[in-house]
Design a protein. Structure first.
Length: 131
């Protein structure tokens, strides 16, 4: 049975550094982000590789680790995903690639959609099965 958790993380830090900038205005960057959560998923972090177009839009790939308790089980959930930023809204889609501790065997997907106005908050909706 699939359970859906809609939660919001506070972005505690966002450390982004470009590693390749081109004369045409495009660039590649890497971001390290630390998250603080709520009652169920209490902390997390992700790293993203981002490609910025000259118009300010971007595409990214990410690995995210979230820790907490779901359905009375404690552990971590690791998500792999990708997304886009259209100049207004960042949208990401993720899939569970691993779960540890009592959450071992958890499967699922997640989505996130936010604007600059949401900062420092990042909404995340996780649809999961505990196995």
């Amino acid at each position: 049975m699939t359970t859906t958790l809609a939660t919001t993380f506070e972005i505690k830090s966002w450390d982004e550094k470009p590693y390749r900038e081109r004369a045409d205005g495009t660039k590649l960057a890497r971001a390290e982000v630390v998250l603080a959560g709520g009652e169920q998923l209490t902390e997390g972090a992700f790293e993203a590789l981002l490609y910025y177009r000259a118009d300010g839009t971007s595409t990214y790939v990410t690995l995210m680790s979230l820790a907490g308790t779901l359905d009375g089980r404690t552990g971590t959930v690791v998500l792999a995903g990708e997304g886009t930023f259209d100049g207004t809204t960042a949208r990401g889609e993720f899939r569970v690639i691993d779960a540890t501790g009592e959450l071992s065997g958890l499967t699922g997907t997640a989505t996130s959609s936010s604007t600059h106005g949401d900062y420092p908050w990042m909404p995340l909706t996780l649809a999961y099965d505990c196995g």
